[in-house]
Design a protein around this ligand. Structure first.
Ligand SMILES: [Mg+2]
Length: 264
């Protein structure tokens, strides 16, 4: 991983960013990190958060944050608030969603029985497509790695896809995937019609194993420094890394982008 100072930013206009552990610092978005979103927007950059967080949260992010749009529940949908109306694009039908929901209920029962200190994530009520099991957000002390692996094994034994963030194991059925959703968003909403345009104008920043598909797919991928803590879980690392962790690392990336845009 190279320092972000070596990242060439001349054509970058779109910043796809993870939220938890990338924009947040110790679980909150600090004033300086939130300000950096506004600074980037004012300078002409467009921000698209990409998160495992639920549809209910994404409604608010799309409506009230300084963002172009938001991809939620690990790529199950995107929301974009544009010209006073909310566009909600889902990648599965209502019928499929109902079927997946029944299958996830079975997994939930098994996880809670076999991993007794795990919990259903507190934001589960506002999710449409996935099941989030908390191992480190409200669960204190956090579950050890062996228990996290056990949760992953239960999801996978039912044929679900799952990803580990720094607080949750998220699992779902269906073909949604964050990288695919980002590239689809770039085509539909950013009018970037070739892989070359996407790769030259977009950047992805994240912090943990659930960002791996994006670290792999985006040629310009950045990790905030806390990504180093998850290296044992990961096969695909970001190409660049910030000096600082979490939201402070995002601020460093924003400053690099803003300085480069002023000097170009
Ligand atoms: Mg994260």
């Amino acid at each position: 991983m190279n320092p972000i100072s070596s990242l060439s930013l001349s054509e970058i206009r779109y910043i796809f960013t993870d939220v938890d552990g990338t924009l947040t610092t110790r679980d909150k978005i600090s004033a300086i990190t939130y300000q950096s979103l506004w600074n980037l927007q004012s300078a002409g950059f467009h921000i698209i958060p990409v998160t495992g967080r639920p549809a209910g949260w994404c409604e608010l992010i799309a409506r009230q944050w300084p963002v172009h749009g938001v991809i939620g529940e690990n790529g199950a949908f995107y929301f974009r608030h544009h010209q006073n109306s909310m566009k909600r694009h889902f990648y599965a039908s209502k019928v499929e969603r109902q079927k997946y929901s029944e299958q996830l209920n079975q997994i939930e029962k098994e996880v809670l029985q076999k991993v007794p200190r795990s919990q259903v994530a507190s934001d589960q009520f506002s999710r449409l497509f996935d099941l989030a099991i908390d191992f480190a957000e409200d669960v204190k002390p956090p579950l050890p790695e062996t228990e996290i692996r056990k949760i992953v094994e239960i999801f996978e034994s039912h044929g679900a896809t799952c990803k580990v963030s720094h607080i949750h194991v998220n699992g779902w059925f269906g073909s949604q995937e964050k990288g695919t959703a980002c590239f689809d968003y770039a085509k539909r909403e950013l009018n970037l019609n070739s892989a070359e345009e996407i790769q030259s104008q977009c950047l992805y920043v994240g912090d943990s194993p659930n960002d791996e598909p994006l670290f792999e797919r985006f040629q310009q991928s950045v990790g905030v420094a806390n990504v180093l803590e998850y290296q044992s879980f990961m096969k695909s690392l970001p190409k660049y890394i910030t000096p600082s962790k979490e939201g402070d690392g995002f601020v460093e990336l924003a400053q690099h982008l803003l300085t480069s845009s002023k000097s170009s």
